[in-house]
Design a protein around this ligand. Structure first.
Ligand code: ADP
Length: 281
């Protein structure tokens, strides 16, 4: 842990008892360094992450069924894409199982809401990333009344059971909710309208969604309160400062991987014998 963290990221960002209404999206809980320092540190920590991920992958190749799954949730412009690009982008792509979840397709709509999620789970040894997830089914669905309450209400318990099952099967869940302020969101949307290299990210519907912020706040609060469990806790990341959210999520992944106590898998062959064969080949 760098000297600029006063407590580990998992400690500083845990959702327990947190009220979103009290959250300051430009805060940097647990971290005392500035932007310049954080950017240098990010490069160093992404190297550490990459080494740990390689160990996870190597163990997966040797039959280890364990995996790590980063679940990213956040309002539009919170920076989920930046995490995928700058944090996950720093590790070997062979070992990454990435899935993004948008509006369900007609086929997905015919199935249970966890159907498409189960299909996208990381295999043993993989670092999975969900850009949006099963939580959309208690967020956008709840906010926009896409199904009646009687249908979304039981989903919190279902999700807790589902995640218990995943943990028992060896999946370490790192659930991250990113929060951007309405002002910062406006600035990021404006940038998408001002820069040709960002037009592709702009969706006119994102402006309409801003009016639903209080309803989203309520839905996010319910999500955190009801699905942050001991086996699959939520971490809340203030996201107005991209350098902080990127550094923090890198730290959360490092801490999760370190808890797996990974070592290099032992040789499955006789080393002296193979060396002898090589000499004579
Ligand atoms: P992004 O906005 O993350 O760049 P997309 O343009 O694919 O990606 O948008 C994803 C959209 O899909 C979001 O508006 C999100 O709310 C919506 N979505 C995701 N899951 C569901 C769901 N289960 N039901 C309805 N809408 C969903």
């Amino acid at each position: 842990m760098s000297k600029h963290w006063t407590v580990p990221a998992m400690e500083a960002l845990k959702a327990d008892g947190l009220r979103i209404a009290d959250l300051n999206p430009s805060a940097t809980p647990g971290f005392t360094g500035d932007k310049k320092y954080a950017q240098g540190l990010l490069v160093e920590r992404c190297g550490v992450l990459s080494d740990l991920q390689e160990k996870l992958y190597a163990n997966g190749r040797s039959g280890d069924k364990r995996s790590v799954l980063l679940v990213l949730q956040g309002m539009d412009t919170a920076g989920k894409g930046g995490i995928v690009r700058h944090v996950i982008g720093s590790v070997d792509p062979q070992g990454v199982d990435h899935a993004a979840f948008g509006v369900p397709t007609p086929e997905e709509k015919r199935h249970h809401f966890l159907w498409r999620i189960r299909k996208a789970l990381p295999r043993g040894g993989q670092l999975g990333v969900f850009d949006r997830s099963h939580y959309e089914d208690v967020l956008v669905v709840r906010v926009h009344d896409l199904v009646p309450r009687s249908e979304w209400e039981p989903r919190y318990d279902e999700i807790n059971h589902f995640e218990r099952e995943l943990v028992d099967e060896g999946v370490t869940l790192v659930k991250v909710a990113m929060f951007v302020s309405l002002d910062e969101q406006k600035a990021r949307l404006r940038e998408r309208l001002e820069r040709p290299d960002k037009y592709w990210k702009f969706n006119p519907a994102d402006i309409d969604e801003r009016a639903y912020w209080p309803a989203y706040q309520e839905a996010y609060q319910a999500m955190l309160s009801r699905t942050s469990t001991a086996h699959a806790p939520w971490y809340v990341v203030p996201a107005d400062r991209k350098w902080f959210s990127r550094l923090t999520i890198t730290e959360l992944l490092i801490e999760a991987l370190e808890r797996l106590n990974l070592d290099w898998p032992p040789a499955s062959f006789d080393i002296p014998e193979q060396l002898r064969r090589l000499e004579n080949a």
